[in-house]
Design a protein around this ligand. Structure first.
Ligand code: WTA
Length: 650
């Protein structure tokens, strides 16, 4: 327990105006876990319902009677909650500020009224194309307003959206389209990031040539960069043409609380990515409530979350949280270092951003360029900072707090997952003292616990695997099309508990310190990548016999990808093949899965029963050959020595 005991006490000035004070936190937390029905019943009143729920929570994690239901007899529509109900009071308020990749292009301010009209037009167009409640629609778009319009238009007609991050390659698109048998894809001619074009439409075309994708009847194409793209009639339709002439009113579908809202694919420790399914009411209640509480939201805030809508952070904290709360959110198409490393801070000044939410990897990358690119901007509008996606090291936390926030703005380090729908462990800045590097305390209704390898609950100061003892409304409900996989992945390891896949330490003050994944998932720049996915991409190359992939500590990315590759007998380990294999992974999965290091492995360390000993490979990748531990169970201990000697040092 060697962390420095730095504590940033709650700022009394912040607390005086905050939504939740120290004593309110204690009281509300106690109510939320002791009387969840009363607590979450009240919270649900923040939404507009066609039919208010009479039931709140009905959950059992017991394997013989497993179910998770929240607000089960309620009826509502998510898009109505994000749009229609704001029109009377806030119709002319800016909902979205669209900041383009190129800072010389004008920013677009979209009011709630405009956004409502755009969503209704697209929703009508979708209906005219035959889209019905329950259909799956894939969205593969850059960070442009149409991405958000598309998500809400799906919600309006009851279609289930599956957003696929624009950095994924055709194969990954095809897998996701095939898994949920999408009927329609919404994409753009091209994306634009840091001045570079991304061939989105061409990627969709390539994906739709792959097996299992023939359920797609229509591809809507947003004209974004204006470059020429292949249009295959009648499948491909221009987005602007199909929405033109549609009515600006569209009757919303009445959705049951437990009807699906979206699927979002995420990597697990085994096999192909899982379609995490979230339902309508519980998810929306939770995204909305956490967004207001964690960011201490006020009506005049300008809120900016730098995530992409291709990830869950974008779903909950760019789209559903902020819009259900009627707030003003910045939507940023670009990247932190284009055209310069001051871009984030310039955008903050330009739009007077008051709440800023980003990833530790971005902070670490920008920190490398020193204080000057930050200091030359004002940032006087900021009042709260947040981080998400991976553990933040105390140095990066301090830089964020001192340099970016001028030691004025609390930093909320928010821990959660695609599966959890919203933030679960986080400070509430008016209530909880901050400790750099700790996500601090559970949010209302969240009951974290630590267990040892045998599932024994650990008390007090301890380190173990992080589990959650009970449900919260934003919890995922199933893996799309594979309910058994849902149960096996999350509820079988420690019966009666949800297993997060994360390791965690609890200090003497009851603060939680997430230590990272304990399964075969790597967190690269806050993006989850399964080692199995990278391995299967590598072995799909004809010259590769076997591959093993592990994570290693990386200064900027948090974790990097380290691949060990055994070639087919007779193949030569050349520099050209080395490059080719790295390019092959990019092509198969997408640039986010690019291995940082690839080492030739004449053999892999295996047990006598043939199981690869990743523990050893991780230690070699970390350059800690003195910590290999017991290697006596290896079938051939000599392979370890040769791997250590041949380690590919950056
Ligand atoms: C990690 C992103 C430490 C964790 C919202 C989790 C974090 C995985 C934090 C989920 C944090 C996320 N501190 N680790 N504040 N936030 N993680 O599904 O390992 O993309 O299990 O959801 O990111 O990643 P996902």
């Amino acid at each position: 327990m060697n962390h420095p005991a730095v504590v940033h006490p709650v700022d009394p000035e912040f607390a005086a105006k905050s939504r939740v004070t120290r004593e309110a936190y204690e009281r509300m937390y106690a109510e939320s876990v002791n009387q969840p029905d009363a607590f979450w019943g009240k919270v649900a009143q923040r939404l507009d319902w066609f039919k208010a729920p009479t039931k709140v929570k009905d959950v059992s994690y017991q394997l013989d009677d497993f179910h998770i239901r929240w607000y089960e007899d309620g009826e509502l529509n998510a898009s109505v909650n994000c749009l229609d109900r704001h029109l009377a009071q806030r119709g002319d308020k800016t909902a979205l500020i669209f900041e383009q990749d190129d800072p010389s292009k004008p920013a677009e301010h979209i009011t709630y009224r405009d956004l409502h009209a755009r969503v209704c037009k697209l929703a009508n167009a979708l209906r005219s194309l035959g889209v019905r409640k329950g259909d799956r629609i894939t969205i593969y778009l850059p960070m442009i307003p149409e991405a958000i319009v598309s998500m809400l238009a799906c919600a309006r007609v009851g279609a289930i959206h599956s957003v696929v991050f624009g950095g994924f390659a055709p194969n990954s698109i095809a897998d996701r389209v095939a898994d949920c048998t999408s009927k329609l894809i919404i994409t753009a001619d091209e994306g634009l990031r840091g001045g570079k074009k991304v061939p989105l439409k061409a990627n969709v075309d390539a994906a739709l040539k792959m097996p299992g994708t023939n359920t797609v009847e229509t591809v809507l194409v947003v004209r974004h960069t204006g470059s020429a793209v292949d249009m295959q009639m009648p499948r491909d339709r221009w987005y602007d043409a199909v929405v033109e002439g549609q009515s600006e009113e569209c009757a919303p579908e009445r959705m049951n609380a437990e009807d699906p809202l979206f699927i979002l694919y995420t990597s697990g420790s085994t096999g192909k990515p899982k379609g995490v399914l979230h339902t309508t009411a519980g998810y929306l209640v939770y995204a909305s409530y956490t967004h207001e509480m964690v960011f201490d939201l006020r009506d005049d805030d300008i809120y900016w979350c730098t995530a992409d809508v291709g990830w869950v952070t974008g779903h909950s904290y760019i789209v559903y949280g902020p819009l259900s709360n009627g707030s003003t959110a910045v939507v940023f198409e670009g990247v932190p270092n284009y055209p310069s490393v001051s871009r984030f801070w310039e955008v903050i000044d330009k739009h007077k951003v008051s709440i800023f939410y980003t990833a530790p990897t971005a902070i670490r990358a920008l920190m490398r360029d020193g204080d000057e690119p930050v200091k030359k901007t004002s940032r006087a509008s900021l009042r709260l900072l947040g981080t998400v996606g991976e553990p933040i090291n105390p140095e990066a936390w301090r830089w964020y707090y001192e340099v970016v926030g001028d030691s004025r703005c609390p930093v909320v380090d928010t821990w959660w997952q695609t599966e959890t729908g919203g933030i679960l462990i986080t400070p509430l800045a008016g209530a909880i003292d901050l400790k750099p590097g700790s996500a601090t305390k559970p949010f209302f209704g969240v009951q974290p616990a630590l267990v040892d390898a045998n599932g024994q609950l650990l008390e007090g100061e301890a380190e173990g695997n992080l589990v959650l003892l009970d449900s919260w409304p934003g919890q995922m409900r199933t893996v799309y099309g594979d309910h058994q996989r849902f149960i096996d992945t999350y509820f079988r390891t420690y019966p009666g508990m949800y297993f997060t896949g994360d390791g965690c330490r609890r200090d003497a003050d009851g603060y939680y310190w997430i230590t990272g994944r304990v399964d075969d998932v790597i967190n690269v720049s806050g993006h989850r990548i399964g080692t199995a996915e990278v391995e299967s991409a590598l072995v799909s190359h004809p010259k590769v016999a076997e591959a093993a992939v592990v994570g290693f500590p990386h200064d900027i990315k948090g974790q990097g990808i380290y691949a060990y590759v055994t070639l087919i007998a007779g193949e030569a380990a050349t520099e050209a093949l080395h490059k080719e294999l790295i390019a092959h992974v990019r092509k198969e999965i997408g640039p986010i899965a690019t291995p940082d290091h690839l080492q030739w492995a004449p053999g892999l360390p295996k047990t006598r029963s043939g199981k690869i000993m990743r523990r050893i490979l991780r230690k070699i990748a970390e350059n800690a050959p003195d910590q290999l531990g017991d290697t006596s169970t290896l079938a051939d201990p000599s392979v370890v020595e040769s791997l250590v000697n041949e380690r590919r040092v950056p």
